[in-house]
Design a protein around this ligand. Structure first.
Ligand code: FAD
Length: 291
């Protein structure tokens, strides 16, 4: 398959890219790692008349310490995040997630900004960014705005990015003191998109009571799904197998409404959500207790 014809621009700086986005708006698509966009263009599911290649924007390739965590430029490739010492020290959940994202070949080209902007509800990074309370820096010709990861994803492959906007940076804050984290998922084959995945971040006080919890499920809705009801059952509780069981059942029954497709029935996805939420919380609380 070959893509439909398009005009190609390769700006050298963000300042050059933004006017192009402003001029072409909905007609244009940004090309980052191309791992999702190029197959869609080849199948003609996407037919942009203008392609704005941002691979020359060297100012968007970086990993730096942030106020308390780590700031990552949107064009940083998955493989760089996967091997970065600062990420391993300051954002252990993100570090552990990277090898689970696609195959090494895809990770060599795919970018963190591209994955988040693509907003596949089965992608790990969207759920992890919400669980870590990350913030996204977005630019257009007029200036910039910061958006919470929780607000960024608005539907299936849809974010609140406007066509003239560029995602430029993602800030992953450090987790609270005495916190623990976990990402567990089930896929048919290693490196396939997960049938269901669960990301948990928890924190405990000195009496081992849960003071902070983020529970986000992937592949069970049109975007990463925050398990608000399940989170309520955990706050203020001392974690036990009973407390965790109630939270997992609540997540699977009340917080999600998964659909059936060729990969899995809704019933099987709900079952996985229950089992994986339990495993994820168990691991997260174990880690928090050890801190
Ligand atoms: P591109 O394909 O270049 O762009 C994707 C979309 O984002 C396009 O609409 C583009 O215009 C837009 N975009 C890109 N950058 C920006 C920006 N800075 N600002 C605004 N818009 C932007 N992902 C997972 O999470 N888990 C998996 O298990 C997984 N498995 C995969 C398996 C295969 C075989 C393949 C091909 C991909 C898989 N992926 C998986 C997706 C992979 O992570 C991609 O790299 C990612 O989705 C897109 O990143 P990219 O840099 O290639 O973006």
């Amino acid at each position: 398959m070959k893509p439909a014809p398009f005009e190609y621009y390769a700006p050298a700086t963000v300042e050059e890219a933004l006017p192009l986005l402003g001029e072409y708006g909905y007609e244009a698509k940004i090309l980052a790692g191309g791992q999702s966009l190029i197959p869609m263009m080849n199948f003609r599911l996407a037919q942009p008349s203008v392609l704005i290649d941002i691979n020359n924007l060297s100012e968007l390739f970086y990993i730096r310490p942030g106020d308390s965590g780590v700031c990552i430029g949107a064009m940083t490739r998955h493989c760089q995040v996967e091997r970065d010492t600062l990420v391993s020290e300051r954002a252990a959940l993100l570090y552990e997630t990277m090898p689970k994202v696609a195959t090494q070949q895809v990770r060599n080209r795919g970018t963190i900004g591209g994955s988040l902007a693509h907003a596949d509800p089965a992608a790990e990074l969207g759920a992890v960014s919400i669980a870590m309370d990350s913030r996204f820096r977005i630019r257009n010709q007029k200036g910039e705005r910061w958006v919470n990861a929780d607000d960024f994803f608005v539907g299936m492959y849809t974010t609140l990015l406007e066509p003239e906007e560029l995602l430029v940076e993602i800030m992953f804050p450090s987790l609270p003191p005495r916190s623990g984290w976990s990402l567990v998922e089930v896929a048919r084959r290693p490196h396939d998109f997960a049938l269901v995945g669960v990301v948990a971040v928890v924190a405990l006080d000195k009496n081992d009571r849960c003071t902070h919890v983020r529970l986000v499920l992937l592949s069970v809705g049109d975007r990463p799904m925050v398990a608000h009801q399940a989170m309520k059952t955990l706050l203020g509780q001392t974690p036990s197998s009973g407390v965790i069981r109630v939270a997992a059942e609540t997540a699977a029954k009340e917080d999600i409404d998964p659909g059936s497709d060729i990969h899995a029935s809704a019933e099987f996805r709900r079952h996985l959500a229950d089992v994986l939420t339990r495993r994820s919380l168990e691991q997260a609380f174990e880690r928090a207790k050890a801190n």
